[in-house]
Ligand binder design. Structure first.
Ligand SMILES: Cc1ncc(COP(=O)(O)O)c(C=O)c1O
Length: 392
């Protein structure tokens, strides 16, 4: 008889072994260890709103539970929510979409997985900016597609140059990914560049999760420029609903049935209670989002001024999301070690730039999804830390 040792060796699949961890989680987990030891840590690494979910949204969830809306929904999602998304895109961007082009998901992350799986064959390529949200290339590689990186530089506010994208388009290119406002840079893609990118040929995947969190300029949806696009959006950031796991895809009609089949097999449907809450988020929580946006903006302005005073280089002021990516190369070109040193010595969590791509090595990402008092205290600590710091 075979023993369990020789018949079932404990070897996880290659695909699961190869997927990289989220480095920011390493920072966070070390921060939690230090907190357990009694240290006080200020978290400027986390990409999660510090606000509670607006009351009207929570109330809608309670009502949904009381009414017994606690079962599977249609795999495309509640028609009430899909209708509300159509209204939202029309009111905000004057773009007309129909509910049969929308599929509700359990967050933007599954939406990314579903769109990548539907669009990309193994061996095909997707163009991604460097720096970028770390999961993009990880998702691509997971389904055996190839991420192709296009460098974007701080002098231009980390915006894509359409001509640089063009140079990287080849016979295997299937899609171009855009994310505006962006994680980690907080910058917006200008209207003319977005329009040009829309014309390049490949499908555009537009991650619009930070829409609603912009300061000054207006954000644009890719659907203002082309219908050959997939919009990914969600409620985590603008509505402070990270734990509710609610997002959606707006796709060209011909892709809906394949996306729906992936949804049915992998997820069945998004949660029914979050979906009912999402209807109220879109219809009633606008003033709450605006209040949060005003507070984020106040923190953003403070943080920009203070980081520059501390000697960090920031060419273009970020105008969206809740991140600031600053150049810290005068301190160290190893952002991973620098972030951990700041955590250990100053008690402040920050994200190392290298997490977001090679082009962001030597940078640090600061999040202002924390109170102004905590931001001030965190930057005071970094100021103190820098007084004794010897650059490498
Ligand atoms: C750019 C970007 N896209 C997608 C996500 C995933 O968001 P969700 O909570 O909707 O899965 C995040 C989360 O930080 C993000 O920064």
């Amino acid at each position: 008889m075979k023993t369990s040792d020789d018949s079932f060796t404990c070897v996880p699949s290659e695909r699961s072994r190869n997927i990289p961890p989220f480095i920011v989680m390493d920072v966070l987990e070390r921060a939690h260890e230090l907190e357990k030891e009694g240290r006080n840590i200020i978290h400027l690494e986390i990409g999660e709103p510090d606000f509670p979910t607006p009351h009207c949204i929570c109330q809608a969830a309670v009502e949904a539970i009381e009414k017994g809306h606690t079962h599977y929904t249609h795999s495309l999602g509640l028609i009430e929510l899909r209708d509300a998304i159509c209204d939202h895109y029309f009111i905000k961007y004057r773009v007309r979409i129909t509910p049969d082009r929308i599929i509700i998901t359990s967050g933007t992350s599954p939406a990314l997985f579903m769109v990548f799986s539907t669009l990309l064959e193994p061996g095909e390529e997707i163009i991604i900016s460097d720096p970028h949200y770390p999961c993009y290339p990880n998702f691509a590689r997971f389904i055996k597609a190839g991420p192709v990186f296009v460098d974007v530089c701080e002098e231009e506010g980390f915006q894509y140059r359409p001509e640089e994208i063009s140079k990287r388009i080849g016979s295997r290119t299937r899609a171009i990914l855009i994310n505006s406002p962006s994680n980690p840079t907080g910058n917006l893609l200008s209207e003319d560049r977005m329009a040009e990118i829309a014309e390049l040929g490949p499908y555009i995947i537009s991650d619009e999760i930070y829409h609603g969190l912009v300061y000054g300029e207006r954000e644009h949806t890719i659907l203002e420029y082309t219908d050959r696009a997939f919009v990914l959006n969600g409620f985590s950031k603008a509505y402070a609903m990270t734990g509710w796991r609610l997002g959606y895809i707006i796709a060209p009609q011909g892709f809906i049935r394949p996306l729906q089949k992936i949804q049915q097999n992998f997820f069945i449907s998004a949660g029914s209670v979050p979906q009912w809450a999402g209807v109220v988020a879109l219809k009633q929580a606008g003033p709450d989002v605006e209040n949060m946006r005003i507070i984020y903006d106040e923190r953003r302005q403070y943080m920009i001024k203070r980081l520059r005073k501390l000697g960090f280089w920031l060419k273009v002021e970020p105008a969206g999301a809740f991140y600031i990516l600053v150049n810290a190369k005068h301190l160290s070109c190893n952002s991973y070690d620098l972030a951990f040193e700041i955590l250990e010595k100053a008690g402040v969590g920050v994200s190392p730039g290298v997490e977001f791509g090679q082009n962001a090595e030597g940078y640090l990402r600061f999040s202002y999804a924390n109170s102004l008092d905590n931001i001030k205290a965190g930057l005071d600590r970094i100021e103190h830390f820098l007084k004794d710091y010897t650059p490498e």
